[in-house]
Design a protein. Structure first.
Length: 406
């Protein structure tokens, strides 16, 4: 059976490779946590703070700039168009801007947050470049419905970073070596030669990238500042390096469902793109409604579980010094479930190219979250967690309203 026959047969969620892609996403999430657990336990909460902040800054930039690029490429390739060179040219400046922002942020905060080391500046820039190639490749593979290959991308990236981190800890036992392990993970998947799968129509006119990416990047910026900025906000509110690490490991551990969704949403988008025209558009609004209603229930359940066993779950993986309070655990777990539902519902808007509405929903969530943190002033960890959960709840309901009007 030829590759062309394979790629035209699957419909809906029955395409070959789906199970392996999900498996790769799960292994990727577990591997990311193992990397953090091994590194944090080996060097301690205070020494691990620069890696917490480097990971946080990169996570924000990746989801703000690189996830939209992946989604744009997926949408282009799923529509039968070729990604290279048209999509590559359209997204080039977004990658450059993200790399510059990463380098400038670490440079400006080098003395206060990164122990004065210039290595973190270089690592921040290389992280953006390496993972830009990885996300572009994921978009090509997902658009071509090569879902098993996407699974391999997630597995290889995670395995290389984890193994490099273990070796770095054994040889050097410092935070800077862990930063280089993170860099290596992004570049490792070039060995898969994903560009061979970019075989779409050379003559097809590409969809305008500027409007799609600007709206998506604007929405992602608000979303990820709300989701990934907790350690940075805590540091701004006077949290100690140890408390910054506590907040980092807590939010990173609890956002496992959302991390998995970011890894696998390329599987959802080609299906939704197929529904974005004609009579099927009404199904998109119904899908968004089901996701949001389910998300409300899961958010409440997540908050309850976070209160009951959240600190104990963190204690199973990390030293006692990393355990959060029950209120922080409950708010973080509930807020993450709301964020996960909003992210899935937002795929309806992405499929239709209505990314400006996406930006509105996430900006309103961020605004409410920031206002909450400014008004409500308990200790830094609870202050940040309350603002996060409130903002995610607002974003979820606004996303529902905007997706229902698609």
């Amino acid at each position: 059976m030829t590759e062309a026959m394979i790629e035209t047969q699957p419909r809906g969620f029955r395409a070959p490779g789906t199970t392996f892609m999900v498996t790769g996403g799960l292994l990727g999430a577990v591997g990311a946590y193992l990397f953090q657990v091994i590194g944090a336990n080996a060097i301690g909460s205070e020494a691990f703070a620069p890696i917490s902040l480097l990971w946080t800054a990169f996570f924000i930039l990746a989801t703000v700039a690189l996830v939209p690029i992946e989604q744009y490429v997926t949408r282009e390739v799923a529509s039968g168009r070729k990604a290279i060179p048209s999509a590559a040219k359209a997204t080039y400046w977004f990658v450059v801007a993200a790399a510059v922002v990463a380098g400038l942020f670490v440079t400006v905060t080098r003395d206060s947050l990164f122990e004065g080391s210039w290595q973190y500046v270089i690592q921040a820039v290389l992280l953006v470049i390496g993972y830009a190639l990885l996300f572009f490749g994921k978009g090509v593979l997902a658009g071509r419905r090569r879902f098993a290959d996407v699974g391999w991308v997630l597995i290889i990236e995670t395995a290389v970073r984890l193994l490099a981190g273990i070796v770095a800890i054994q040889l050097f036992t410092d935070a800077e070596s862990l930063g280089w392990a993170m860099v290596l993970g992004g570049f490792s998947v070039l060995g898969l030669r994903w560009w061979r799968r970019d075989v779409g129509d050379d003559d097809a006119e590409p969809a305008p990238a500027s409007r799609f990416l600007s709206g998506y990047v604007g929405g992602s910026a608000s979303s990820q500042l709300l989701l990934g900025g907790a350690p940075l906000a805590a540091a701004a509110f006077g949290a100690s390096p140890s408390l910054v690490s506590v907040i980092f490991v807590t939010f990173t551990l609890y956002r496992a469902p959302l991390t998995l969704i970011f890894a696998l949403q390329g599987r959802i988008l080609p299906y939704l793109v197929g529904l974005s025209g004609g009579a099927d558009r009404a199904r998109l609004a119904r899908i968004a409604g089901v996701v949001v209603v389910s998300g409300v229930g899961l958010a409440a359940l997540g908050a309850l579980v976070g209160w009951l066993v959240g600190p104990e779950v963190v204690g199973l993986l990390y030293n006692e010094e990393f355990i959060p309070g029950r209120g922080v655990a409950a708010l973080a777990a509930g807020g993450v479930m709301a964020a996960a539902a909003a992210q899935i519902a937002g795929q309806v808007l992405v499929a239709e190219g209505r990314t400006t509405r996406l930006a509105i929903a996430w900006f309103l969530g961020l605004l409410v979250g920031v206002v909450t943190m400014l008004i409500y002033r308990p200790e830094p960890a609870l202050r940040v967690a309350t603002g996060f959960a409130t903002g995610e709840a607002v974003a979820l309901f606004v996303m529902w309203a905007l997706a229902a009007r698609s």
